[in-house]
Write a protein that binds this ligand. Structure first.
Ligand code: SAH
Length: 215
């Protein structure tokens, strides 16, 4: 579990790269810098850890591309102390970036192995995140309402339950679509309960699946 000057240097270069790609919020760039991404990959893959690319993490899933993590984080418009629900813990990397911003993160994962790995690993890194094994379609009604909801898998459509668990004035960010490529959408919950959406270009995510799985 080493985070050396070399790793930090690689991370600084990664941060500069995603800044050039258009992420301008320095707090978010610092949060990316604060999370040692190489420790989320098996140790043989150090050279891939600080490339701005997604990477397989087992169970047929991927750790998102750092630019995409930063971009979704920016769209969420969170502040320190906000309560955020993430659907799709995966490696836990995105959850740690949010935690590094001072956000209180509640994250749900449907694959038991990934949930268990993140549950054991994140505290070792010093990140405090509330992790749950379950079906993200249901959200976490017992901890609602949330200031923001982040879906890190491609949703064919957004489950109404997740809008219900969002505060008035809250944002829900998700890639939406059924094909290989989806549209990133930010939904706003207005005072009168209406949902307004803004679109932010094309991304590739693994699909949001119904129910839990043990594989
Ligand atoms: N945020 C992750 C990347 C997630 S990849 C990271 O930073 O590494 C998408 C994840 O969503 C996968 O781990 C997948 O198992 C999970 N997933 C898919 N459908 C789900 C559902 N209905 N509920 C919870 N998690 C789900």
């Amino acid at each position: 579990m080493e985070d050396s000057y070399r790793h930090k240097g690689m991370r600084r270069r990664l941060v500069n790269e995603i800044r050039k790609k258009g992420i301008l919020d320095e707090k978010i760039l610092e949060a990316v810098y604060a999370v040692p991404r190489h420790l989320f990959l098996d140790s043989g893959f150090l050279n891939y850890a600080y490339e701005d690319k997604p990477f397989p993490i087992g169970a047929g899933q991927t750790i998102s591309q750092p630019y995409t993590v930063a971009f979704q984080t920016e769209l969420l418009q969170v502040q320190e102390g906000d309560k955020v629900l993430e659907i799709g813990t995966g490696s836990g990397y995105q959850a740690c970036v949010l935690a590094a911003l001072g956000v209180e993160v509640y994250s749900v994962e449907r694959q038991k192995k990934l949930y268990e790995k993140a549950r054991d690993f994140l505290p070792k890194l010093g990140f405090h995140v509330h992790l749950f094994y379950g079906d993200g379609y249901l959200g976490l009604p017992q901890f609602a309402p949330f200031d923001a909801v982040l879906i890190t898998a491609a949703a064919p459509e957004i489950p109404q339950t997740l809008f219900d668990q969002l505060k008035t004035g809250g944002r829900l960010v998700s890639p939406v679509g059924e094909g290989d490529v989806q549209t990133m959408i930010r939904f706003h919950k207005e005072k009168d309960g209406r949902i307004i959406e803004e679109r932010f270009g094309k991304f590739r995510f693994v699909p949001l699946l119904k129910n839990t799985a043990d594989d």
